[in-house]
Every structure is written in structure tokens, then in C-alpha cells.
Design a protein around this ligand. Structure first.
Ligand code: G4P
Length: 280
């Protein structure tokens, strides 16, 4: 898997984020609750030093609730403050301001000791593309500020958005990339739709998803595709789903493109229930 723009863009993104970090008190790192580690930038701890950090497991509405709980404990165990949220519906978003204030308590105490007035906590939303940064900024701002689907490199004047009386948010998020070189990470991100389907082979992504579902969520597969048994061999499983759902070419051969498209579409739109593709 090679992505031509990776090294140059990565360095530029890192520079841009480092510049933004100078302005802020608390970093809000957004990850995808379905793939909480794969949707992080591997160098984040190196880039974000000496700033309190709030981790948000976003899109929790699509993730397996039991595993989201485990992920919350996992990050808490690493001494992070963490919340599970849905930026789209707004669930959990109201807790962000108080959590940020709590994280900045040392800073507020310092201001107070110097006889200065307490001020709003300045925050930056940081995360990989597609994790929901713009949706969250709009949700916190209670209006449309960020263009969803914004790409890095498009610079505009940065502004602060007031969130209640205790928090100010930079209106442009920090964007860092995940680690594409690792195949499994790439597949996890492709399954959840975080990276475009052109980057990885569609059928390979579907096979990856089926292999995981077969092991972790066999009942969901049985129910959705009316299977009595799950074949051991993943290709047989692929065939069976293709046959059941009429993804066929002339001569009765399985149309793998069509079957892969169907499986991924159904999975991403929640037809197989709430799924998490990575376990702590
Ligand atoms: P980004 O700025 O980090 O790149 O992400 P963005 O906000 O553009 O969100 C990427 C996609 O994820 C959007 O869907 C958005 O609606 C969706 N999304 C964001 N937060 C949540 C969430 O908490 N739950 C769910 N289920 N989805 C979320 P899209 O397909 O690009 O657009 P659309 O379907 O909203 O039109």
C-alpha cells in the first residue's frame, strides 16, 4: 500500500499542528470508537507534549457498547481523561467543556495565584481525516463553522469559537494522519470507511471484515445473512453470502465485486449492528 503524498503532507501537517498547539491549553483528541487505536496518529504523544489531553471516542453510536466501555478503561489506565460521544446526534458532547476545564485546573490555579482573572480554556480538536472533527466543531459551536470534509492545506484565518463561558475552541481542527504502512491498520480504517475505497482493494477489505466478523460477531452474520452455520473458510463464507443475496454473474458464478460492495455498505450503515473492529 503506497500513498504518494504521505511523507510531504505528514511533515506539513505536523508543522501546522505544532503552530496551533502554541495557542492552546487543552488538546481534544478525537478517535473512532470502532477502531480507537488504528484511528490515532502513531506520533501523537511525540507531537503533543506538555498539554493536558482529552480523548473522545467518537461515533460511539456505531460501536459495540461493551467494547467501548473497555476502551474507556484502557485509556483511563493510561492516565487520560476520556469520554465516549456521538458528534452527529450530540450525545455526550455537553460533557466536553467541564472535562476540559478539569484538565486545565493546574493552569487556572496558576493564574489565580498570580492574581489574574480566570479565563476560558483554549482547546484544539485534533484527529485523523474523517473521524468527525468538523461535525464536532459544528456541534459545539451550535452552528455550521467547519466545512465537513475540509482538507488540510486550505488555510484560512483562525478564529476562536465560544463554547459556554468556560471554553474557547479553535475553529480549524488539527489534522494528522494514521499510520498507513501497516496493513491491518489500513484494513480497519477501510472497513469503517475512514479511508477511501480506491486505496485498498474492495474485495480484500470485505474479506478482512468477514474474517473478523466470523471470529467476533458470528451471530450477527448468521442473523443478517440467514446462515445456519458459518463456514471455516472465509471465501466459502463470502460465496454463501453472495449466493444468498443474489450477487451472481451469468453461469451462476459469484459476483465478488457486488458481494463485497454489499457487505461493506451494510456493515457501514449499521445493518449488522454496532461493531468494534479493534479490541484493547
Ligand atoms: P472530519 O472533519 O474529521 O474529516 O470528519 P467529518 O466531521 O467530516 O465527519 C466524517 C463523517 O463522519 C461524516 O459523514 C459525519 O457525518 C460522520 N460522523 C461524524 N461524527 C459522527 C458520529 O458521532 N456518529 C456517526 N454515526 N457519524 C458521525 P459523511 O458520510 O461524510 O457525511 P454525512 O453522511 O453526514 O452527510
Amino acid at each position: 500500500m503506497t500513498i504518494q503524498w504521505f511523507p510531504g503532507h505528514m511533515a506539513k501537517a505536523r508543522r501546522e499542528v505544532t503552530e496551533k498547539l502554541k495557542l492552546i491549553d487543552v488538546v481534544i483528541e478525537l478517535v473512532d470508537a470502532r477502531v480507537p487505536l488504528s484511528s490515532r496518529n502513531p506520533m501523537i504523544d511525540e507531537i503533543v507534549t506538555n498539554k493536558p489531553r482529552l480523548i473522545l471516542l467518537n461515533k460511539a453510536d456505531m460501536a459495540d457498547p461493551a467494547l467501548t466501555e473497555k476502551w474507556v478503561s484502557y485509556f483511563e489506565g493510561k492516565q487520560f481523561k476520556v469520554l465516549s460521544i456521538d458528534s452527529q446526534s450530540g450525545r455526550g458532547v455537553e460533557k466536553i467543556s467541564a472535562a476540559s476545564k478539569e484538565l486545565a485546573s493546574a493552569l487556572l490555579d496558576k493564574l489565580k495565584a498570580k492574581g489574574m482573572k480566570p479565563r476560558a480554556i483554549r482547546c484544539l480538536i485534533l484527529g485523523i481525516p474523517n473521524v468527525g472533527k468538523s461535525t464536532l466543531i459544528n456541534r459545539l459551536a451550535k452552528k455550521k463553522i467547519a466545512q465537513t470534509g475540509d482538507r488540510p492545506g486550505i488555510t484560512k484565518k483562525q478564529q476562536w469559537i465560544k463554547v459556554g463561558k468556560d471554553m474557547e475552541l479553535l475553529d480549524t481542527p488539527g489534522i494528522l494522519w494514521p499510520k498507513f504502512e501497516d496493513q491491518t491498520i489500513g484494513f480497519r480504517l477501510a472497513v469503517t470507511g475512514a479511508i477511501k475505497d480506491e486505496i485498498l482493494d474492495f474485495q480484500d477489505v470485505a474479506v478482512f471484515a468477514l474474517r473478523y466478523l466470523k471470529d467476533v460477531y458470528p451471530e450477527r452474520l448468521k442473523e443478517r445473512y440467514k446462515l445456519t452455520d458459518i463456514p471455516d473458510d472465509v471465501i466459502e463464507l463470502f460465496d454463501e453470502i453472495g449466493r444468498k443475496r443474489g450477487c451472481l454473474l451469468s453461469g451462476g458464478y459469484i459476483d465478488y465485486d457486488k458481494a463485497a460492495e454489499l457487505i461493506l455498505r451494510e456493515l457501514r450503515s449499521g445493518k449488522l449492528g454496532r461493531l468494534t473492529f479493534e479490541q484493547p
